[in-house]
Design a protein around this ligand. Sequence first.
Ligand code: KIV
Length: 279
Amino acid sequence: MADRDKIDINYLYGKKEEGEKISWLTAYDYPMARYEEEAGIEMILVGDSGGMTQLGYDSTLPVTMDEMTMMTKAVTRATETTFVVGDMPYMSYQPDKSEAIRNAGRFMGECGTDAIKLEGGRRMAPTVEAIVDAGIPVVGHIGMTPQSAAQLGGYKSQGRDAETASELIADAKALEDAGAFAILLEAVPTRVAELIYRESEALVFGIGAGEHVDGQLLIAHDILGLFELFKPRFVKRYAELGREVVDAVARFKEEVKKGEFPGPDHSYGMPDEEYEKLT
Ligand code: KIV
């Protein structure tokens, strides 16, 4: 476990003030969250991307609150000091504000998260305000928002012309005015992210938004090579664990077939005199 105090919002704002970048990764289960905390990661997002990386859905849309709470509780059980953000799944906050507050409250109360994240800019600002009024810290996620991929015409970078970039800037402002303590920009040009960062008092994080932000988020399965169906441009691979799993499993199979496993090191002995009583 990381040797530090529990990370809270003041710590995160402190890093912004000092100009020190904040590290943020997804996790959806107990072992990964423990490894990330041991490595010193500062924030964990229990993302609805877990529906794809863990549960095998082909988008994030089928993910339910019950699935999110199961994954989130495993992560908060594993972490003592990391700042954990729960991701509101599709249709857990869009229908109306009271449902949004109730579901955000489940992340905080039932799962023990430190904040929640939801997708959407200006049109979600009233919902963000209602959740913040209920005492819950909110991260607003704009840019390429996977829950709206159908409306955005697929998983494409956003804000690449002046008109759509101005809309993103207005979305970020609306989220900040609604009380979001942080804004996450996904797949937007570095220059647009920098403009938003310069204008924001809220924390600004990027996943594919370049370097001029307060911190960087990536999906753990992407950086570790545990999700190979597609790889967005902004992903950097730090390991190929999926390939290592395939190699290790294939070696195990071969040793079983050849009778090489188990050998004496992995078997239990019995004293001769005890064995003789049986034969
Ligand atoms: O679910 C998730 O992991 C996310 C990131 C892609 C930002 O929302």
